[in-house]
Design a protein around this ligand. Sequence first.
Ligand code: PMP
Length: 371
Amino acid sequence: MVGLLHQRGKRSAEPAGQEVCRASGARGLPNQRGTCVPRTGGDPWQNPSVVKELARPGTLRPGAAPDTAWAFFGGEIVPLKDARINVMTHAFNYGTGCFEGIRAYWNEDERQLYGLYLREHYDRLLRSCKVLRISLPYTAARLVDLTVEVLRRCGYEQDAYVRPLAYKADPVIGVRLHDLQDALTIFAVPFGTYIDIEKGLKVGISSWRRTDDNAIPARAKITGAYVNAALAKTEAQDAGYDEAIVLTQDGHVSEGSAENLFMVRDGLLVTPPASDNILEGITRASVLRLAGDLGIPTVVRSIDRTELYICEELFLCGTGAQISPVTSVDHRAVGDGTIGPVTTRIKDVYYAAVKGKLARYKDWCTPIYGR
Ligand code: PMP
C-alpha cells in the first residue's frame, strides 16, 4: 500500500461541514449537540474550550484546523497551533503579504493524496512576492518539497487545502514595502467543498468594483486585496445570492470574489483577459487547456455585464471553487436554468484529472505519500 512510510497524524478530522453557530445571537463554535462554545476574544488557541472543540472530530468549521495539523513556520515544521505571530506584525497591520490556495485531493482507490499544480502555485507566489518586494530564500522547487513535507506530517487521508503565505514580518509601525524582514509560512488543513458545486450557483453583480492594477494589482495574490473580495462576497450573500461577480472600474466583467469566470456564447467558451484585473488563475489556465483537448473553441476577450444575462452557460472556476456552474445572474436564468453540456464536460474531466485518475493529466498532480 502506498503511503505507509510517512508519519501520519494520530487522528484524522471528519470532513468539515458545520457553520458558526448563530443561534440565540451568540457567535461561537457549535459542538456536537449544536450548542455554542462562546469565543472569548483574543487568541482562540489560548481558550481551552475552543481548542477542545477544534480537536473533536465532527466539530470543525469548514477550513478550520484539527489539532493534528502542522505548519512550516520560522524555518521549521511545527504544530500549527504553535505557529503564531505578534500583533505588531507588519502584514497583520497593513495587509502586506501574498499567498496561495492549493488543493490536495485524496484518491481512495490508490490511498494516495495528490497535490494539485504545486509548482504552478509556487511560481505564482514568487511572482506575487516580486510585486510586494518580498524575497524568500527558496526556489519554487524547494517550496514544493516543503509543502510535501508539511502534508506528510499532517497525514490527511481526505481532501486538504494548503496555504502558503509570504509576508512582511517585522513588528514595526510604518507603511512601506522596503526595509522590512520577510517570512514564510505554509500550513495545511482538511478541506471539502468551498462552494456547493452540484447545484448551480445564483450570482449577483456586485456594487463593489475590482481593484485596478494601478491600485492593488489583482494579478498578485495580495492578502490586503482580499478585503475587496470579502466586501463583494458578504454583500452577495446578504442579498440572497451564493456568489458575487465583480466588474472592472470601466464596467467589464472581471471575476467572482475568488474565482475566474467562463461563459459560453454562440458555442464559444469565453473568459476575460488578464488585463481585466483578474487573478491569473491556475484553474482558468487548466480549463483553457481542457477545452482545447476537448475540441471546444475558446476566446479570451472582455465581457459585458449583460452578456452574462443572455449567454448559454456560465461557470466559475478556481482552486477552492473547482468548476462551479452558475444557473442565474441577477435573477435571470442562465440558458434554460440548468447546468449546460459544455460545463458538464469540462467539470467531469476536471474532477477525474485532479484526483490523478487520468494518465493524460497526471502531470498536474504530485503524489504526497510514499515518494
Ligand atoms: N480569482 C481570485 C480573486 C482568486 O482568489 C482565485 C483563487 N485563488 C481565483 C481567481 C482562481 O485562481 P486559481 O485557479 O489559481 O485558484
